[in-house]
Design a protein around this ligand. Structure first.
Ligand code: RFL
Ligand code: PHB
Length: 406
């Protein structure tokens, strides 16, 4: 068995693991990442496209903002459409200056990978049987297999950045952890294409046919989504069928601007709200999708991962600077407070923007009554400046919390 040593062992080289590793390295805190799949596989996950200011600031602090700053687009507003009636939420005006940046998860991940390679930081891709040990004690370690060899990685702390299906969360004993979950009765069918976006800002549209989202990656690349039943398979959806349905769900004048073309990627993602409490156990910390999942309607998944990273980064930096281990006790509480705000917003947006049909179990409210409640809620929020501000403040992202001093 080969033995390795580092200060922080990171499981998972998705955006959470890579961003944390980069930030820690810049503070002189050593870290090694162990990832189950190849780098190319990680880059094949299209996923998110909207970054909050807090995320953008963190990427700048990590020193990897060059391409994001030149190629990312600041969006000062976002449109919400209900049955053809358009409302622009002026994010900048309503929040006193905040915007969101449109820059894809693939691009961010690529930039972080490049920076990690340039800094010669160790990453073990295609590692199997990754397993954390002794996380409650002060000498935790990870074992894994790589290239046919067995490894033991000794460390001070383990960051579980290994996504929803990872091993880290399972390491917290069942009698310590509580998992909250809501699975929605529909999914999102996403399509990426090298065609110019139909609008310069994002459009979230609710129609009688179901929800649609018009998003983008650049001036020449579009990302669109459609609400589909969970029973639909990707083979059921030709590109042509996708474009036809999209146009029916968008307002006519926007549909007329949709430029169609072959899909580069097409996939169906189920929608889920999920939170694991607590987010830490001894010297193991859960970060990002390892601890929580949101439905994508609020564009919060990646952004909540970033706020976890920010909190853990501040805590570990303080622990190494001061030698005071009490800081680590703050992680779960600080992270979870912001996570629950993001979860609530994403759940609320999902409820309002989708058709639930006749599903009878929305908080005990039957199908048509639930639909009417949501219509009324939207009518109120969109027609009130205060209502629009409530949406804007959450869409751009709530502030990050500071640590308590001792
Ligand atoms: P990731 O990106 O899932 O990365 C986790 C990494 O851990 C690796 N891993 C392991 N490594 C070692 N040992 C093990 N046992 C391991 N098990 C897993 C995995 O291979 C992977 O590389 O989590 P991270 O870094 O926390 O990042 C979170 C974001 O990826 C996520 O929040 C967003 O992408 C969520 N999300 C979306 N967010 C948005 O804001 N907008 C979207 O449109 C959007 N679409 C999505 C999404 C998430 C999806 N999932 C999770 C299936 C669409 C999908 C399909
Ligand atoms: C995306 O561009 O992939 C995207 C944007 C906003 C969302 C979800 C996904 O709410």
């Amino acid at each position: 068995m080969k033995t390795l040593q580092t200060q922080v062992a990171i499981i998972g080289a998705g955006p959470s693991g890579l961003l944390l590793g980069q930030l820690l390295a810049r503070k002189g805190i050593s870290n090694i990442i162990v990832e189950r799949v190849t780098g190319d596989y990680v880059l094949g996950r299209i996923r998110a496209g909207i970054l909050e200011q807090g995320f953008v600031d963190l990427v700048r602090e990590a020193g990897v903002a060059e391409r994001m700053d030149s190629e990312g687009h600041a969006h000062e507003g976002v449109e919400l459409v209900v049955n053809g009636a358009r409302t622009r939420i002026n994010l900048k005006e309503l929040t006193g200056g905040d915007v969101v940046v449109c820059y894809g998860q693939v691009e961010i991940t690529q930039d972080l990978m490049d920076a990690r390679q340039a800094a010669k930081l160790d990453t073990y891709y295609e590692a199997s049987d990754v397993q954390p040990h002794d996380v409650k004690g002060d000498k935790p370690f990870i074992t894994f297999t790589h290239d046919g060899e067995e490894y033991r990685l000794d460390c001070d702390f383990i960051a579980g950045c290994d996504g929803f299906h990872g091993v880290s969360r399972q390491t917290i004993p069942e009698d310590v952890r509580t998992e909250h979950e809501r699975v929605y009765p529909f999914g999102w069918l996403g399509l990426l294409s090298d065609t110019p976006p139909c609008h310069d800002e994002l459009i979230y549209a609710k129609s009688e046919r179901g929800f649609a989202l018009a998003s983008q990656r650049s001036e020449t690349r579009s990302r669109y989504y459609l609400q589909v039943p969970l029973t639909d398979k990707i083979e059921d959806w030709s590109d042509e069928a996708f474009w036809d349905e999209l146009k029916k769900r968008l307002p006519d004048e926007i549909a007329a601007n949709v430029v169609t073309g072959p899909s580069i990627e097409k996939s169906i993602a189920p929608l889920r709200s999920f939170v694991c409490e607590p987010m830490q156990y001894g010297n193991l910390f859960l970060v990002g999708d390892a601890a929580h999942i949101v439905p994508p309607t609020g564009a919060k998944g990646l952004n909540l991962a970033a706020s976890d990273v920010a909190t853990l980064y501040k805590i570990l930096t303080r622990v190494y600077e001061t030698g005071d281990r009490r800081f680590i006790e703050q992680y779960s509480e600080i992270a979870l407070r912001r996570v629950w705000h993001g979860e609530r917003f994403s759940w609320w947006m999902t409820n309002m923007m989708h058709n639930f049909g006749d599903e009878v179990s929305n908080n005990g409210v039957d199908g048509l009554m639930f639909t009417r409640f949501m219509e009324s809620e939207f009518d109120y929020y969109l027609n009130s400046e205060n209502g629009r501000r409530v949406i804007a403040e959450q869409y751009v992202g709530l502030p990050y919390e500071e640590l308590k001093e001792y």
